[in-house]
Design a protein around this ligand. Structure first.
Ligand SMILES: Nc1ncnc2c1ncn2[C@@H]1O[C@H](COP(=O)(O)OP(=O)(O)OP(=O)(O)O)[C@@H](O)[C@H]1O
Ligand SMILES: [Mg+2]
Length: 280
């Protein structure tokens, strides 16, 4: 058994009519049972990578594997692949298919061949987990963008995939819904689901991720444990992605502070400062 779940080996992909390939030799390995973040500038190919990882686009070249099993495009193999890999699209409008919230969440479950009663139990639990009970019978076109995003995340998480790919999951969510989502993600990560989140929110990445992948112009330019990757990015001034706020604050103080690991949360940072100020 490999310690990596998803692997891309030298993947090339061009959209029809595009002048240059969007993915240009993308290779990476995604560690199993970890929380991985995918970062990179607009247009570097993050969403395209997700579409390939879910078998929605076929690479022009290269191999994609899941637990060493290569991705193939016959219908039966694709169905099995998609039972294992769940994708939440960046744009919820692309994801939602049914007339109402409850119908949308039950759609994927019905496709898994579950009995009506098993589907009903899972839909009820998912509506409760995502605080969507009041919207259960609402037509999807009446929802706000943030509500649609929550429904699309709920629908995929209800399927309990082995690998969950979330493209900008917190976009459009308010702070309360973001916190709720993080709680849900933490509980499914604890159950062993491997998570990969594409995001521009570096503060979130810094605090949440165990592992980080960085893409630029269709390739991988850095991968590894979160702190190591931000250290690498700091030494690449030409690559303008920004840095997490906590990291920047810590970097400006690190020389004055005792040799302690960089804090990963506001609480840790405050504790260090208090210790330093009190001279202990
Ligand atoms: N359907 C499409 N047809 C043609 N080109 C496309 C299509 N979708 C994306 N592209 C192009 O592929 C490149 C990568 O797009 P992609 O959406 O994968 O980037 P991204 O890293 O997800 O960006 P963002 O951070 O803005 O979400 C861009 O140059 C984009 O214009
Ligand atoms: Mg994208």
């Amino acid at each position: 058994m490999s310690e990596y779940l998803l692997e891309f080996r030298d993947i090339y992909y061009s959209y029809p009519m595009a002048e240059i390939p969007t993915l240009q030799g993308l290779s990476f390995r995604l560690p199993k049972h970890k929380k991985t973040a995918l970062i990179g500038q607009n247009g570097c190919g993050k969403s395209t990578m997700f579409l390939i990882a879910d078998g929605l686009c076929q690479p022009d070249r290269g191999i994609v594997t899941l637990d060493n099993l290569p991705l193939t495009f016959d219908r039966a193999a694709l169905n099995r692949w998609r039972q294992r890999v769940g994708l939440v699209f960046q744009d919820p409008e692309q994801q939602l298919v049914a007339p109402t919230v409850a119908a949308d969440i039950s759609y994927g479950l019905c496709n898994q061949g579950l009995s009506d009663s098993a589907v009903a139990i899972k839909v009820t639990k998912t509506l409760a987990d995502f605080n969507l009970e009041n919207l259960a019978m609402s037509p999807l076109q009446h929802l706000s963008l943030g509500q649609k995003k929550r429904v699309s995340i709920a629908g995929v998480m209800a399927l309990q995939p082995e690998l969950l790919l979330l493209d900008e999951p917190t976009a459009y969510l308010d702070p309360v819904q973001t916190r709720n989502l993080l709680t849900e993600l933490a509980s499914i990560a604890e159950l062993g689901t491997t998570l990969l989140i594409a995001t521009h929110d570096l503060d979130f990445v810094y605090q949440w991720a165990d592992w980080v992948l960085v893409m630029d112009e269709g390739r991988l330019i850095a991968e590894g444990e979160t702190l190591r990757v931000f250290e690498q990015l700091q030494s690449m001034p030409d690559f303008e992605l920004g840095m997490p706020t906590l990291w920047q604050m810590w970097s400006s103080l690190a020389e004055k502070m005792p040799q302690v690991p960089a804090p990963r949360s506001i609480e840790e940072f405050t504790a260090y400062l208090e210790k330093y100020i009190s001279g202990k």
